[in-house]
Design a protein around this ligand. Structure first.
Ligand SMILES: Cc1cc2nc3c(=O)[nH]c(=O)nc-3n(C[C@H](O)[C@H](O)[C@H](O)COP(=O)(O)OP(=O)(O)OC[C@H]3O[C@@H](n4cnc5c(N)ncnc54)[C@H](O)[C@@H]3O)c2cc1C
Length: 604
C-alpha cells in the first residue's frame, strides 16, 4: 500500500459520500439482537465522520445486558477530522473519551481501546479500496457509505472479509455487483440491506486462520517486554495467562536496563520498516497514559547529520507526516527542547520518550484485566513438546511443568536455543551502556533523550545513561572500559561537552544482548508447520502453521516501542480478532517470511 498524506476533513459534510444514519446502520445490521451473548462482534464502516455510528453502537452495547463480550468497530476514513474539529457527537461521556484518544492523522491503522479493551475502534486513515484489501478481519456487519459499493474491486474485498451471514447496509443500490459477490439483497426506504450467503465460501489462506480460536488459557514463556505485552493483550481478549520465566522476577534479562528510549522513525520511501516503527510507536503512545508507570519522559530528539532543515521539511511534506508525530527543528529549537547545545537540525518526536523497561513490563501485567496474568518465576524450560493440538513445557529433567492449548515463545536470546530447528537468520548482539553520576565533570544533562550516533538519557533518579555499543556474536558479560570510553566519546559529540572521567574502571553500566533478524524487523506470528505440504509457499500467508504456537522475538534495539503492538498482533492471531496491522505489515513481521523467501529463491 502506497503511503500518502492524510488530508484532514472538515465539519462541512457536503463533500462526503452519503451514508446511513446511526439508527439505520444499527437496524440494518440487526443490532443489538445479533451480537447477543457472542464472544465478539465486528463492524466495518466506510467513513467515520464525527463518529456518530461508532458512538451509537458503543452506547447501545453499553446498555445491553446481552451484549457481546467484545465489540470491534473498524472504520476507513479518507478525510478524518483533526482532533480539534472532531465534534462532540453522541453521548457526551463517550464522545469525550473518543476525543481524548483521537490519533495523529497518519496513514495507519490506529487501534483505540475503550472499556478495558472490550470496545475497540480500528481507524484506517486513507482511501477505502486499498484499505479493504489490506485489512485482516472477519466482519459481521458492513455499513457502507454510498461510494463504497460502486466497484467490483471493493466488493471482492468485502467478500474476503465477510464472516458467514454478515450483513451489509448502504444507501442506494448496486444489486448486480452485490449479488455477484455473494450477498442476498433486500431494499427498504432507499437503503440496500444484504446478507452474505455465497454458494461456496473460499478458504482463507492458511496463515489467516486463528491458531487457538477456542482457547481460554495460554502460557507465555519469557517475561521480558515481549512476553509481558503478549500476556496483557491475550488477557484483554479474555484468556487466563500463566507467564513462565527462569528468572526470579519480571524483566531481568534483555529488558532489565534502568532506562530505554522509544520513538517512531521516518524514511523517504516509507518502507515496511518505517511503517512498522510508526504503527508501533503510535500504539505505545496511545496506551502509555493508561499504564501504571511510575515515571516516563515525553518527547525525544534524533539528530540529523545528512539533511539541512529545508530538506527535512521537504521530506516531511512529501511523506505527509503531521507535527504531532514528528517535527523538523533547527539547532536552536532542538536545544530549547533538550537543554543541550546542538550544532545541527534534529527530528523531534513528541510521542517518543524514555521509560524504565522493567516498569513497562510490570505495567503490562498490572494493566491486564484483574487476575488474568499469573507470573511463575524460576521455571527454566528446556524443551517444548506437541501434545494433540496443544503444547507441553518440559524442564531439564524432562518433567512436564505445564500443558497449554496456546503457547507464546518470547524468550529473547533463549529463543535461539528453543527454536533452533527453524533456521531463522537471527543474530545475538552484545550491547553495553554506561552510567554517569551527575557529579561527572563536564557532564550536561539532557531534559529529554537525545539520539543520533549513540544516545543520552536521564533515568528516574536523574542520573545519566549513555550508549550503546554493538558487538555481534560477542558473549562477554563483563563491563569493559573500552566500551565505556566508546559510549562517552559518543556522548561528548551528542552533547557538545568535554567530559572527564578519570577512572573508567569505577563506572557502572550494564551489558545485555539484542536479538536481531537479518531484515531488522521482529518475528511476531505463528510458527510455520514445515512438514505441511501446501501448494504455495511463496508468500507467508499461504504457509501452514502449527496449532497453538506463537512467537515474539527479534526485538532488536526496539523492544520498548515494538512490544505492545507485537502483543496485540499475537492476540489477534490466536483468537481471530481483527488484526491491528495491515496485511503487508503482518507478512513483514511473520516468522514464516524467511521460508517464503527461500521458496521464492528456489523457484527462481
Ligand atoms: C545495551 C542495550 C540497550 C538497549 N536500549 C534500548 C532502548 O533504548 N530502547 C529499546 O526499545 N530497546 C533497547 N534495547 C533492546 C531491548 O532491550 C530489547 O529489544 C528487549 O528487551 C527484548 O525483550 P524480550 O522480551 O524479547 O527479551 P528479554 O527481555 O530478554 O526477555 C526474555 C525472557 O525470557 C526468559 N527466558 C529465556 N529463555 C528461557 C527459558 N528457556 N525458560 C524460561 N525463561 C526463559 C529470560 O529469563 C527473559 O526474562 C537495548 C538493548 C541493549 C542490549
Amino acid at each position: 500500500m502506497k503511503t500518502h498524506a492524510i488530508r484532514p476533513g472538515t465539519l462541512d459534510q457536503t463533500d462526503r459520500p452519503l451514508t446511513c444514519t446511526a439508527e439505520q446502520a444499527l437496524r440494518g445490521s440487526e443490532l443489538p439482537g445479533r451480537w447477543a451473548r457472542r464472544e465478539r462482534f465486528v463492524w466495518l464502516a466506510t467513513g467515520f465522520g464525527r463518529g456518530e455510528q461508532f458512538l451509537a453502537a458503543w452506547q447501545v452495547w453499553k446498555a445491553d445486558p446481552l451484549r457481546c463480550e467484545r465489540l470491534v468497530f473498524i472504520a476507513i476514513e479518507d478525510r478524518p477530522l483533526s482532533r480539534s474539529e472532531l465534534a462532540q457527537a453522541g453521548a457526551p461521556d463517550l464522545a469525550r473519551q473518543l476525543h481524548a484518544a483521537w490519533p495523529p492523522l497518519t496513514h495507519n491503522l490506529h487501534r483505540l481501546s475503550f472499556e478495558q479493551g472490550r470496545v475497540q475502534l480500528l481507524l484506517a486513515f486513507g482511501e477505502v479500496a486499498p484499505w479493504l484489501a489490506e485489512l485482516v478481519a472477519s466482519v459481521d456487519a458492513f455499513v457502507l457509505a454510498e461510494a463504497g459499493g460502486r466497484d467490483r474491486y471493493r466488493l471482492k474485498s468485502l467478500a474476503k472479509l465477510a464472516a458467514p451471514g454478515a450483513t451489509l447496509v448502504m444507501p442506494g443500490r448496486n444489486d448486480a455487483l452485490l449479488t455477484q459477490a455473494g450477498f442476498e439483497l433486500r431494499h427498504n426506504d432507499g437503503l440496500t440491506m444484504a446478507r452474505y450467503q455465497p454458494r461456496f465460501i473460499a478458504q482463507r489462506p492458511a496463515a489467516r486462520t486463528p491458531v487457538a480460536p477456542g482457547a481460554r488459557q495460554a502460557v507465555v514463556l519469557g517475561a521480558g517486554l515481549a512476553g509481558c505485552a503478549a500476556a496483557w493483550a491475550l488477557a484483554e481478549q479474555g484468556l487466563e495467562v500463566r507467564m513462565f520465566d527462569q528468572g526470579a522476577a519480571i524483566a531481568q534479562a534483555g529488558s532489565g536496563n534502568a532506562v530505554g528510549l522509544f520513538h517512531g522513525t521516518l524514511n523517504p520511501d516509507d518502507g515496511l520498516h518505517a511503517r512498522f516503527n510508526r504503527a508501533a510507536a503510535l500504539e505505545l503512545r496511545r496506551i502509555l497514559p493508561a499504564l501504571p508507570l511510575p515515571w516516563r519522559i515525553d518527547g525525544l530528539l534524533r539528530t540529523e547529520s545528512t539533511r539541512d532543515l529545508a530538506q527535512m521539511q521537504a521530506l516531511l511534506a512529501d511523506l505527509g507526516l503531521p507535527a504531532d508525530y514528528v517535527q523538523a527543528l533547527d539547532a536552536r529549537q532542538a536545544g530549547a527542547h533538550s537543554g543541550l547545545p546542538h550544532q545541527g537540525p534534529a527530528w523531534y518526536y513528541p510521542g517518543g520518550g524514555a521509560l524504565s523497561p522493567p516498569s513497562l513490563a510490570r505495567a503490562f501485567v498490572e494493566a491486564a484485566p484483574a487476575g488474568r496474568v499469573r507470573f511463575c518465576s524460576g521455571q527454566a524450560i528446556r524443551q517444548l513438546r506437541r501434545a494433540g493440538d496443544g503444547w507441553q513445557l518440559l524442564d531439564e529433567d524432562g518433567r512436564v511443568l505445564a500443558e497449554t492449548p496456546l503457547l507464546v515463545i518470547s524468550t529473547g536470546t533463549g529463543s535461539l536455543n528453543l527454536l533452533q530447528t527453524q533456521g531463522w537468520p537471527l543474530r545475538l548482539q552484545r550491547g553495553q551502556i554506561t552510567h554517569l553520576p551527575t557529579s561527572t565533570p563536564g557532564l550536561r544533562m539532557p531534559s529529554i533523550p537525545v539520539a543520533g550516533t549513540g544516545y543520552v538519557v536521564t533515568d528516574q533518579a536523574g542520573d545519566v545513561w549513555c550508549g550503546a555499543t554493538a558487538q555481534d556474536h560477542d558473549l562477554d558479560p563483563s563491563l569493559r572500559e573500552t566500551d565505556h570510553e566508546h559510549n562517552i566519546a559518543q556522548l561528548m559529540r551528542l552533547s557538545n561537552a568535554e567530559i572527564e572521567v578519570v577512572q573508567l574502571n569505577l563506572l557502572q553500566g550494564r551489558v545485555g544482548w539484542r536479538v536481531i533478524a537479518e531484515d531488522r524487523l521482529p518475528l511476531v506470528g505463528a510458527l510455520p508447520d514445515l512438514a505441511a505440504l501446501e501448494a504455495r509457499r511463496d508468500q507467508p500467508r499461504f504457509i501452514a502453521r502449527q496449532p497453538g504456537l506463537l512467537v515474539a522475538t527479534g526485538m532488536a534495539s526496539r523492544g520498548i516501542t515494538w512490544a505492545a503492538l507485537s502483543g496485540q498482533v499475537l492476540a489477534s492471531l490466536a483468537t481471530g480478532a481483527p488484526c491491528p496491522v495491515e496485511a503487508s505489515l503482518l507478512d513483514a513481521i511473520d516468522p514464516a517470511r524467511f521460508d517464503a523467501r527461500r521458496a521464492r529463491g528456489q523457484a527462481a
